[in-house]
Design a binder for this molecule. Structure first.
Ligand code: C2E
Ligand code: MG
Ligand code: MG
Ligand code: MG
Length: 286
């Protein structure tokens, strides 16, 4: 487990904390150093098609290999990276690395695979985002249809018209767009049908509520029907149990991502699964 304080006294900054300016400055410096010294790494989590059991893609999730703290998860540093603007170069690194890796896997013959990349609000509002994405696709040779960009409701709602504009440009390139953590942001259904998105990712808080609560189960069923009615695909996130999986299958959920199929892992751990091409659900605490 990562300790709260590094040997050098760096205190991690979480959005709810009012961290001291000196701590923030130290962490900002550490983040800059991380980028320079290649301390970021991408983990990949498989996404499985419920009908066929095939691995159809992965989501790229950033980790910071901290020299003293070990592997640091994104909740600990993304907020500050966002505030300081460092998320822009970090995000560009994520995009390039994820696309390059996915193209490598496809060239190795692991079938058509999609890679999901999380965007931050700051990146999404950068005026040259669309050019950056195009350049990365050109440089890595990855087909646009193999890239899925994950956005959140709040990013889309900050400036609806310009968000729709940006989304249309990305769609015109052939990129797949998804709404991450769906149901936890404050978007309204009136907007949902205006957003040119292809995939809706049901947040894990809804998935957790499926079993043991009829209302929770009804919510998930309704979200899936709504998405399908709008001709969107559905990915359920954070699926951990067979009971959740069975219920989702019964509702016609398209894809699943969660510990039931596998935690996010390093390239060398995920590769054998991609080579095999399909997965069996395995409850972790069976
Ligand atoms: P997210 O995009 O919603 O990613 C899903 C999170 O759920 C991941 O946490 C993943 O490890 C976790 N997860 C997956 N399956 C399960 C499960 O069965 N049970 C539970 N309890 N959790 C599960 P992670 O990797 O710590 O990432 C947290 C968040 O940080 C992500 O949420 C995303 O919003 C953000 N993030 C990650 N990588 C990046 C990145 O490269 N750029 C940006 N801007 N944000 C990122
Ligand atoms: Mg995501
Ligand atoms: Mg999510
Ligand atoms: Mg999230």
């Amino acid at each position: 487990r990562a300790k709260e304080t590094g040997r050098n006294g760096v205190q991690f900054y979480a959005p709810h904390m009012n961290a001291h300016a000196t701590d923030r400055l130290a962490l900002e410096g550490a983040l800059r150093g991380a980028l320079r010294n290649d301390q970021f790494e991408l983990y990949f989590q498989p996404q499985v098609d419920l009908g066929s059991g095939r691995v159809v893609g992965t989501e790229a999730l950033i980790r910071w290999r901290h020299p003293h703290l070990g592997t640091v998860r994104p909740d600990r540093f993304i907020a500050l990276a966002e505030e300081t603007g460092l998320i822009v170069p970090i995000g560009a690194w994520v995009l390039r690395t994820a696309c390059r890796q996915n193209q490598h896997w496809q060239r190795a013959g692991f079938g058509p695979l999609r890679v999901g990349v999380n965007l931050s609000a700051r990146q999404f509002s950068e005026p040259d985002l669309v050019q950056t994405v195009q350049r990365v696709l050109d440089e890595t040779g990855l087909g646009a249809d193999s890239l899925e960009i994950e956005l959140t409701e709040s990013m889309m709602m900050a400036d609806v018209e310009s968000a729709i504009d940006t989304m249309r440009c990305l769609k015109a390139m052939g990129v797949t767009l998804s709404i991450d953590d769906f149901g936890t942001g404050y978007s309204s259904l009136a907007y949902l049908k205006r957003f040119p998105v292809d995939v809706l990712k049901i947040d894990q808080s809804f998935v957790r509520d499926i079993v043991g609560s009829p209302d929770g189960a009804a919510m998930v069923d309704a979200i899936i029907s709504l998405a399908h009615g709008l001709r969107m695909h559905v990915i359920a996130e954070g699926v951990e149990t067979l009971a959740q999986l069975d219920y989702l299958r019964g509702c016609g959920c398209d894809e699943v991502q969660g510990h039931i199929y596998g935690r996010p892992g390093r390239v060398e751990d995920v590769e054998p699964l991609l080579r095999m091409g399909w997965m069996e659900p395995t409850p972790e605490h069976a």
